[in-house]
Design a binder for this molecule. Structure first.
Ligand code: UGA
Length: 434
């Protein structure tokens, strides 16, 4: 099939590359010339394990191309995917100007039977509005489908090629059949391909992210309570997780969820409810609990130092919002660092891949270290914000030797409090009994 992918962000680039890898002829289009030039040189602008190699292999085979000019490729395409950004607007709603901009740009070039597939996360009603706009522009009923994406940054290729399910919202069943063909190579092990109405598909994406965000805020609230009653959230987590109705996934407490999806999507859903005259009370609480959770590590540090962080040397391990990505959007590390800076601390940071992104934002307000052990030289405390694998099993004797005082505030519960105590550390996690 001939496929055009509009937008070369995480979703567009991964989806386009995976479709090329399964034998389709894919052209990725972006308005950012610099990005397209990079991709044409075989350089991938984001850090995503396995992606660069896959991009280069498919580009070399001629199945994957990159351009800023959509006219020719759109004129030939069976499917035009819209995977452009939907940033958060000032009022929390999703800004849809890129989605409609894309629809307007492709309208004059679309083949009669082409399918326009919206992959961007868009609030309910957007796909039907895109259909309406395309009708105004072309004078005909253009096939529009909603195809929300469920991949996670850091596992994007695996998530895309082995999806739990594929969801497609359509107005015409035949459109679902064409898209089923496109997804067939990824659905060999009987994962469901779910065809539904446009609005249900749009809701499915938000409801999934809101449910996961709710689980995280819920467990964070329970962990904070464990801290106060002398219980251990890890024991409680095991206690509840074996109940299959509850399960284990997305119930790891921490420093709050970040990234480009959960915070934005929860707020967009609150905003959708508002516009329909409904107060989304649970989601408001989820958002509020998450904002508070991003302050928990600082509160613990502040209490430890009796409210005086001035001149205290603090190491921070992990800057990206989660491991295996260089993405720092809505990252809890930034909230902690901002508070530490305001308190006058001397901050030494390490991250395996996200340092350049933080440098672009905070410059020389921080000291950056190439090796995580080097960030510990003489520090008064270490704060762990992101659970990169290399932090999971350090040489604790060496860590203690490097640190000025062996004090660790762990926002991801990586270590066993008993062992840490025995090894001479003052150690505090999130909801862990120490
Ligand atoms: C999320 C969803 O998991 C994807 O299914 C969805 O496609 C994507 O958003 C999207 O809408 O595009 P992502 O934001 O890449 O994916 O990352 P996750 O792995 O879901 O993590 C999100 C945040 O939750 C991270 O900050 C992570 O640290 C936090 N988290 C996750 C916890 O604090 N505890 C957990 O148990 C799990």
């Amino acid at each position: 099939m001939k496929v055009v992918m509009l937008g070369t962000g995480y979703v567009g680039l991964v989806t386009g590359t995976c479709f090329a890898d399964s034998g389709n002829d894919v052209t990725c289009v972006d308005i950012n010339q610099q990005k397209i030039d990079m991709l044409n040189r075989g350089e991938v602008p984001i850090y995503e394990p396995g992606l660069a190699e896959m991009v280069r292999r498919n580009a070399a085979s001629g199945r994957l191309q990159f351009t800023t000019d959509l006219r020719g490729p759109v004129a030939e395409a069976d499917c035009v995917f819209v995977a452009v950004g939907t940033p958060q607007g000032d009022d929390g709603s999703a800004d849809l100007s890129y989605v409609f901009g894309a629809a307007e740009a492709i309208a004059p070039h679309l083949r009669e039977d082409a399918i326009v597939v919206v992959k961007s996360t868009v609030p309910v009603g957007t796909n039907r509005a895109v259909f309406g706009r395309l009708k105004e522009l072309t004078g005909r009923d253009v096939h529009v489908a909603s195809n929300p994406e469920f991949l996670k940054e850091g596992c994007a290729i695996d998530d895309f090629t082995k999806p739990d399910r594929v969801v497609v919202g359509v107005m015409d069943k035949k459109v679902g059949e064409v898209l089923a063909q496109l997804y067939a190579p990824f659905l060999r092990t009987e994962q469901p391909f779910l065809v539904m109405g446009l609005e249900s598909a749009e809701m499915t994406k938000y409801v999934a992210n809101c449910m996961l965000a709710t689980k995280i805020s819920f467990i964070n609230e329970m962990a904070n309570l464990c801290d106060r009653v002398g219980a251990d959230i890890n024991e409680v987590r095991r206690g509840i997780g074996h109940d299959q109705r509850i399960g284990f996934s997305f119930l790891f407490p921490g420093v709050g969820y970040g990234g480009s999806c959960f915070p934005k999507d929860v707020r967009a859903m609150i905003s959708v409810a508002d516009t329909r005259g409904m107060d989304a009370e649970i989601l408001k609480a989820v958002d509020e609990v998450n904002n508070r959770q991003k302050h928990v590590l600082f509160a613990k540090l502040d209490e430890h130092f009796g409210g005086d962080l001035k001149g205290k040397k603090i190491a921070v391990w992990g800057l990206s919002f989660k491991p295996r990505t260089d993405d720092i959007r809505e990252a809890p590390s930034l909230v902690l660092i901002e508070q530490l800076l305001a308190g006058g601390a001397d901050i030494h940071v390490h991250d395996p891949v996200a340092v350049e992104n933080v440098k672009a934002q905070l410059g020389d307000k921080l000291t950056y270290h190439e090796h995580h052990y080097d960030a510990l030289e003489g520090v008064d405390a270490l704060a762990i914000v992101t659970e990169w694998n290399e932090y999971r099993n350090p040489d604790f004797e060496y860590v203690k030797h490097k640190m000025g005082t062996p004090v660790i505030f762990d926002g991801r519960n990586l270590y066993d409090p008993e062992k840490m105590g025995a090894a001479g550390f003052t150690y505090s996690g999130i909801g862990l009994k120490s």
